[in-house]
Design a protein around this ligand. Structure first.
Ligand SMILES: [Zn+2]
Length: 319
């Protein structure tokens, strides 16, 4: 009778990820298997010391006896990502002329043109860029000190290793600053040319953006956007300062930079989001004015300056 092998516990997996620098100990890519250095059939238990991270290629070599166990043991002591402070690049195979970004329940669609889903002070956090007829993903998420956390440049993903935890499960990368705190959780689906930012709290230049499956909230001035669908525009959501020559955006939100009570703003946002319906297929932009703090300047692209007639369907001034 064969014994059922239990799952490796979450705490053990996290300890292994942290020790291995969140990537394959040989090549550093952040997509990996949990490998028992001495086979499970021999040791019959899961212990963090005996488990390491190997990518598919290096895992296969070890299984075939092409990498001696002793070499894995040595490499396990000095994983390649540790001194680098970041992972090796992992290629996301986005390919095609149309793409979809879902940012906090707001859908941004594009065909044959570059689009940024979210810009803060003119800096794009997530966009698809048209390169020789193909839309490729770019991302630039940083911590409060301005240090890179997650970077995607033309489909090449690299993440830092200085935060508490980075976990890639299937298509979803979840980055946590500490226990119980998600910095960002992103699902990459190159097979559907889509990327979904469903959870997290990120900052740029003092502007804090909360993502949830039901909405995206600019915490500083409590502005929530949910259920919008935008197509055919250079920038979907622009927050903060945008230069005089910046391309048109579906919505621009001006934010004052003074101190504010973030915890209170988060509770407010969670309450609003619990009332919002998840509707990723919405076709009409929606900003619930009861969700916007008084004094917030919110500019829908003026129709007079709207250069794209097809945007008329998806952008309208709020009442
Ligand atoms: Zn590897």
């Amino acid at each position: 009778m064969t014994e059922k092998r239990p799952e490796i516990g979450q705490a053990i997996k996290r300890e292994v990820r942290q020790r291995c620098g969140f990537g394959c100990i040989f090549c550093g890519i952040p997509v990996y298997h949990y490998d028992h250095i001495s086979e499970y059939s021999t040791v019959k238990q899961h212990s963090a010391e005996n488990i390491t991270l190997l990518c598919g290629y290096h895992h296969d070599l070890k299984t075939r006896g092409q990498i001696p166990t002793e070499v894995v043991r040595i490499k396990n002591q000095e994983p390649v990502n540790k001194p680098q402070g970041e992972t090796a690049p992992h290629t996301l195979f986005y390919y095609g002329n149309s793409a979809r970004i879902v940012a906090g329940g707001n859908e941004i669609l594009t065909s044959d043109r570059s689009v940024s889903a979210l810009k803060i002070d003119g800096h794009s956090l997530v966009d698809f860029e048209l390169v020789e007829g193909q839309l490729m993903l770019n991302m630039d998420f940083r911590d409060k000190a301005g240090e890179a956390v997650l970077t995607v440049r033309k489909n090449e993903l690299v993440h830092s290793t200085h935060l508490w935890d980075y976990e890639f499960v299937s298509k979803t990368l979840t980055i946590r600053e500490r226990r119980g705190n998600i910095y960002i959780s992103i699902t990459f689906s190159p097979d559907k040319q889509s990327v979904i930012l469903a959870k997290g709290l990120v900052s740029h230049n003092g502007i804090d953006v909360l993502f949830d499956a039901r909405g995206l909230c600019i915490l500083n001035n409590r502005t929530m956007l949910s259920g919008n669908s935008v197509r055919g525009i250079d920038t979907a959501i622009s927050v903060g300062v945008s230069g005089p020559n910046s391309p048109p955006s579906a919505v621009h939100i001006d934010v004052s930079r003074g101190p504010y009570d973030q915890q209170e703003a988060i509770s407010w946002a969670r309450k609003q989001m619990s009332r919002a319906k998840i509707n990723s297929n919405a076709t009409t932009p929606r900003i619930d004015h009861s969700m916007i703090a008084p004094g917030t300047k919110l500019t829908w692209m003026s129709i007079a300056f709207m250069p794209y007639p097809w945007a008329l369907d998806t952008c309208r001034r709020p009442r």
